[in-house]
Structure formats: structure tokens, C-alpha cells
Ligand binder design. Structure first.
Ligand SMILES: CC(=O)N[C@H]1[C@@H](OP(=O)(O)OP(=O)(O)OC[C@H]2O[C@@H](n3ccc(=O)[nH]c3=O)[C@H](O)[C@@H]2O)O[C@H](CO)[C@@H](O)[C@@H]1O
Length: 352
């Protein structure tokens, strides 16, 4: 039986694509193990899938000054030794990394042990962790064609992103039952896997106007539920949604979202008219701005810059998006973007 180690974590964008690969890997006969951080959100999400999980020490590779910058290199080195021990013992045929800081020591340890490594980059420009990992990788999968130009030609390959198959089989009725919605169109807000205080604040400021036209499912991130709004009719808040997400997507008529690469690919696959508010260049390397631009140019999304949020009526923008929804659905229906699962599984089979 072939053996594979999956790694990736920090935010859900580095975890859900691995979850998307699980059914096809099992079907292909792979024995699967996961290496993530000890306390990251990957621990809970992967264990919920009944996959054997090992936690290693992990530091964050920051581009900015923080006292932890002095202790984290030691944690990364510790993680490297821990990863090496786990990999040596399990002796996998291949390692697949979805990125995030915890993946760096795993990828390095695998390369030192001469085990083939495939990594995946979801964003248009590679993140810091994947930039380091790409030196150790056998192959680098990309989600966007634009990304190929930033990577070594002999390694990079366009595969698309793996999307959880179950998301395509949501049950609208189940979501109606759970939420009590259905009498009005439904707006879903998904601010990235950690939520977004900026998006949450903008939505709540416009909430009374939005509720005149829509029922609202607001996925707001851990610790971001507004207790004062718990009784508000037509408005439901969730910190993070796992199993029910497919049903909520099925119920949603329009979506307001950050421009995280995985979420927007899911919106495209599900043909959900969407308004994107990308994370600003001041708070990141600007990857979401490029993701959003690419989707806007293709006609899949309407985009509002975080900086202009204060000057516009969000309720009116959402209402207009809903009125013009067919235009976006048509553009998305013409997309030739594919679910990356099959391409990636073929690559894994080829190199294991
Ligand atoms: C702040 C930050 O660094 N964001 C980055 C991070 O975002 P983040 O991890 O938020 O990214 P994505 O939007 O790519 O993916 C989130 C994933 O979590 C799932 N989900 C989300 C909420 C929820 O309640 N339930 C659930 O299942 C989504 O369906 C999706 O599959 O990784 C992305 C992919 O590299 C980048 O594009 C983002 O810029």
C-alpha cells in the first residue's frame, strides 16, 4: 500500500484543499497521515476527518518586527527535527504540502530524506512559506495560470485548486430548516477562515438596510460574534462552519467575501454571484487584491476595495449585485476552471 503525508495549516485555506483530496486518495489506495502544528486549526479539522495526525512545533515567519521573531526560529528548527523523526518512522512514498508556515519544516525534512514532495500554491503570487518550500519541492502545483511565471519552469504545473466535492452537493432545504430562512433571498458573508473585523463592521453598519431585502448568514470568525445582534430577525452569526457549509452555500443567492483563493474558487465552482472585499496591501503581500482583480476581469465578481468601503453604500452594492446576478452566473458558467482534485491525484500517483 502506498503511503502519503499531507501537511499544511495556519488558516483554513491551507487545510480545506487537503481535505478535498482525502476521498480520492483513499480511493487510490493511499494510507494517509497528516502533520500540522500542535494547536493550529488544522488539528481539529483533520482529526474530524479521522485521519491520523501528528503535531509539530511551529513558528511564524513574519515579515515585520515582533519579539517572537527571536524565539520562533528555534521552534522551526525543533519542528524540523520532529518532522524528520515522524517521516523517517512512517516512511511515506510522497509528501503533499498545501503551504502555511507549519509546512516548511515538513517539506525540508522530506527533501533531506529524499522523499518526493509536491506543493500547491493557491494564490497568484507565491507566499513566503511556499517560496522557501519551492526550493525543496519536486513539483509545484498552481491554481492560477498567472502564477507559473513566478516559479521554476521545470517544476511548476497548472492544476487548479482541490475543492471539497461535498460542497457541490449542498441541500438547500436542510439549510432552510436549520436557519428558518427561505422567505427572502439569502445573503451569505464569509470573511476568510479567520473572519474579518473590517468586513464584519461594514456589514453590521449596513445591516438594517440589507435585512429589508435579504436574510443574512454571517460567518464572522472566531471570537467575532456580536452578542447585541443575537436576537435580530433574519440575521444569523457563525464563528466557523464545517459540515453545514455545503447547505449554506446551496441556500445563498449572493455572497460577500474576502478574496482568499480557495473561497473564490468555490464561489466560481458553485456559480455564486459575489462581491469581493480583498484584504488590503497594507495588511498582506497583496495576494487577495490580485486574486480579486483576476476574477473581476473575468466577469465573475464585483470588487470593492477595503479603503473605499467607508464611502459607499454596501447595502446598495449588494442589492445591485443581486439584480445583475444572471450576468455573473453566465460569466462563471463559461469558465473552464476545473476542480484540481483529479490533476493533483494524477501527479501524486506519478511521483509516488
Ligand atoms: C489572512 C490570510 O492570510 N488569508 C489568506 C488565507 O486565507 P483563508 O485561509 O481565509 O483562505 P481561503 O479563502 O483561501 O480558504 C478558506 C477555506 O476555508 C473554508 N471555510 C471558511 C470559513 C468557514 O466557516 N468554513 C469553511 O469551511 C472555505 O470554504 C475555504 O475552503 O489563505 C488564502 C490561500 O492561500 C489566501 O488567498 C489568503 O490571502
Amino acid at each position: 500500500m502506498k503511503k502519503i503525508i499531507l501537511t499544511g495549516g495556519g488558516t483554513a485555506g491551507h487545510i480545506t484543499p487537503n481535505i478535498a483530496l482525502l476521498p480520492a486518495l483513499k480511493e487510490a489506495g493511499f494510507d494517509i497521515k497528516y502533520i500540522g502544528s500542535k494547536n493550529g486549526m488544522e488539528a481539529g479539522l483533520i482529526q474530524a476527518q479521522n485521519i491520523p495526525y501528528d503535531g509539530i512545533s511551529s513558528g511564524k515567519l513574519r515579515r515585520y518586527f515582533d519579539l517572537k521573531n527571536f524565539s520562533d526560529p528555534f521552534r522551526v528548527v525543533k519542528g524540523l527535527f520532529e518532522a524528520k523523526k515522524i517521516i523517517k518512522k512512517y516512511s511515506p512514498d510522497i509528501v503533499f504540502s498545501k503551504g502555511g508556515f507549519v509546512s516548511v519544516p515538513v517539506v525540508m525534512a522530506a527533501a533531506f530524506l529524499k522523499i518526493p514532495v509536491i506543493i500547491h500554491e493557491s494564490d497568484i503570487t507565491p507566499g513566503l512559506a511556499n517560496k522557501i518550500a519551492s526550493k525543496f519541492a519536486t513539483k509545484i502545483c498552481t491554481n492560477f495560470p498567472e502564477t507559473l511565471q513566478y516559479l521554476p519552469k521545470n517544476k511548476a504545473i497548472l492544476t487548479g485548486s482541490p475543492i471539497r466535492k461535498e460542497l457541490l452537493n449542498g441541500d438547500k432545504e436542510a439549510a432552510c430548516k436549520l436557519t428558518g430562512f427561505g422567505d427572502k433571498p439569502t445573503l451569505m458573508i464569509i470573511g476568510g477562515s479567520l473572519g474579518s473585523v473590517i468586513v464584519n463592521t461594514a456589514i453590521r453598519k449596513a445591516l438594517d438596510d440589507i435585512l429589508k431585502e435579504f436574510n443574512v448568514i454571517h460567518i464572522c470568525g472566531k471570537g467575532n460574534v456580536d452578542e447585541k445582534l443575537l436576537e435580530k430577525s433574519g440575521y444569523l452569526q457563525y464563528e466557523y462552519v464545517d459540515k453545514e457549509l455545503k447547505d449554506f452555500f446551496a441556500l445563498a443567492d449572493v455572497v460577500v467575501s474576502r478574496a482568499g483563493a480557495n473561497t473564490i474558487c468555490e464561489l466560481l465552482a458553485l456559480r455564486k454571484p459575489n462581491l469581493l472585499i480583498p484584504l488590503s496591501g497594507a495588511a498582506s503581500r497583496g495576494d487577495q487584491i490580485l486574486n480579486a482583480e483576476s476574477f473581476e476581469n473575468a466577469g465573475y465578481s464585483k470588487v470593492i476595495d477595503e479603503e473605499t468601503l467607508a464611502n459607499i453604500s454596501l447595502a446598495m452594492e449588494i442589492s445591485e449585485l443581486y439584480k445583475n446576478r444572471q450576468k455573473y452566473i453566465d460569466a462563471m458558467s463559461n469558465s473552464d476552471a476545473t476542480n484540481g482534485v483529479e490533476n493533483i491525484i494524477n501527479l501524486i500517483k506519478q511521483y509516488s
